[in-house]
Design a protein around this ligand. Structure first.
Ligand SMILES: Cc1ncc(COP(=O)(O)O)c(C=O)c1O
Length: 446
């Protein structure tokens, strides 16, 4: 009997996680408390917790209890489209249909270029011509000082984040991240056994005085920021704020990782924070958002002293980032096509933001990138809205996934780019608007 029982208990707990009753990063009831509630024994609850811990849904800490794990989070935030009837607002990617043909051409070109040199094991840091393409890409959007020798190639920005967390810090170290941030940063830090503390933000991004205080109080060794069109708040740090952040990092002598994956969405280049502290900062860029996430081309510009170690880590994780992708990417960059595609996506984002403002006028002019951090009226909790929207085929991301404390229930993040057609986008936004304006108590009577 107990064999099926602990599976049943695990299923109930998993449902509660899905429904947000047990929110991410929160502590679960003790074995005894849950066993009393579910009319079973503490041993059965312990077995259910163990089963879910093995699946990565829970994490147990000696003396602290069991917590809902963040590790399953990325695929909850970004839900792959599984139904063409869905309105999927959860994926931050370019409007893909516009880039299919250019990519077909770039890969055809790449296929014709392949030589023995390009299809074998290569220098771990990638071919010089491909690194040079990365230098040009990042320079175009505000990064100075990049050259072939201080630039390395990665399989996208997520790989770069994981690599840098593991290169710049040790297990047990503390990393400071924006209080609302891209969950991939949190999962990379958590999976690597690093502590995460949050940096308070205002309408211009991380607050320099708070950064200074948090570094001192928590012995932070690395801070990670997303300075342009921040995910999820949409905030872009103006130049002055970037200079102030750079000053704090330099004075406190810690590392900065600047994940500037959305820099191409700025109407004019803004100097990267890394420009002001080239010896303390590592800059990440990637083609995922402007061209295609499937291309998996990321670029790191780092102080020369780190390059050797970065390459050693890349060799260990992946040996090398596929040169075949980089041949296609370099072709797009060297012919200016990559910049044209990026601009086209930026224009699409602006048109779609205007459409959103017609439906949600309260959002105002704050957002001009791929996504919106939408505040909910007081009668809605984000996790409930996510569920109710899903029933109507509308997929949105709960604010709680982006909150370092796991608490934010007053916002949802909407990507305006993953629904391909404009008419469908409008339809989905109208359904969402109607839902948000409706009386939640009639939808959830108990
Ligand atoms: C801030 C930020 N960094 C990194 C990534 C991952 O990028 P990539 O697909 O290049 O790994 C994302 C994706 O949403 C992101 O928003």
């Amino acid at each position: 009997m107990s064999d099926t029982k602990f599976h049943n208990i695990a299923q109930i707990i998993e449902q509660r996680i899905e429904q947000g009753i047990y929110a991410l990063n929160t502590k679960l009831p003790t074995h005894r408390a849950l066993s009393e509630e579910l009319n079973t024994t503490p041993a059965t609850v312990a077995k259910a917790y163990k089963l879910l811990a093995d699946k990565g849904r829970l994490e147990s800490f000696v003396g602290r209890g069991t917590y809902v794990s963040r590790q399953s989070e990325l695929n909850q935030v970004i839900q792959a489209p599984d139904d063409e009837h869905e309105y999927n607002f959860s994926i931050l990617q370019p409007c893909l249909y516009k880039n299919v043909q250019p990519l077909q051409h770039a890969y055809q070109h790449a296929a014709a270029q392949l030589t023995a040199d390009l299809i074998g094991y290569t220098e771990h840091s990638g071919h010089a011509a491909h690194r040079q393409a990365g230098v040009e890409w990042a320079r175009h959007y505000g990064l100075e000082g990049g050259h072939q020798e201080n630039t390395v190639l990665t399989n996208g920005a997520q790989h770069a984040l994981f690599l840098l967390i593991n290169t710049l810090t040790k297990p047990g170290d503390t990393i400071a991240v924006e209080e609302l941030t891209y969950p991939g940063i949190m999962t990379a830090a958590n999976l690597s056994g690093r502590h995460v503390v949050s940096l308070p933000m205002d309408h211009e991004g991380v607050i320099p005085q708070q950064l200074d205080r948090i570094i001192a109080e928590h012995k932070v060794s690395l801070a990670i920021v997303v300075p342009s069109h921040q995910n999820p708040t949409g905030v872009t740090m103006p130049e002055q704020r970037r200079r102030e952040i750079a000053r704090v990092i330099e004075q406190r002598n810690i590392w900065l990782v600047e994940d500037d994956i959305y820099a191409f969405l700025n109407p004019h280049p803004i100097p990267a924070i890394s420009n002001f502290i080239p010896e303390r900062a590592v800059h990440i860029s990637s083609l995922s958002k402007a061209i295609s996430p499937a291309m998996r081309c990321g670029f790191i510009k780092a102080p020369a002293s780190l390059i050797h170690t970065l390459n050693a880590h890349i060799r260990t994780y992946t040996w090398l980032s596929s040169p075949i992708n980089y041949v296609a990417a370099a072709h797009l960059i060297n012919h200016g096509e990559a910049f044209r595609l990026a601009e086209q996506q930026r224009d699409t984002a602006l048109e779609r933001q205007a459409m959103l403002r017609d439906i949600f006028p309260q959002v105002g002019e704050r957002f001009n990138g791929y996504h919106v951090w939408l505040p909910l009226p007081a009668h809605w909790r984000a996790d409930r809205l996510v569920m109710a929207a899903k029933d109507r085929q509308v997929i949105v991301s709960s604010g709680s996934y982006f909150d370092v404390s796991g608490d934010d229930s007053s916002h949802i993040r909407l990507s305006l780019m993953s629904v391909s057609r404009e008419d469908k986008l409008q339809e989905g936004l109208l359904i969402l608007k109607q839902l948000i304006d409706s009386d939640v108590s009639s939808l959830f009577p108990f």
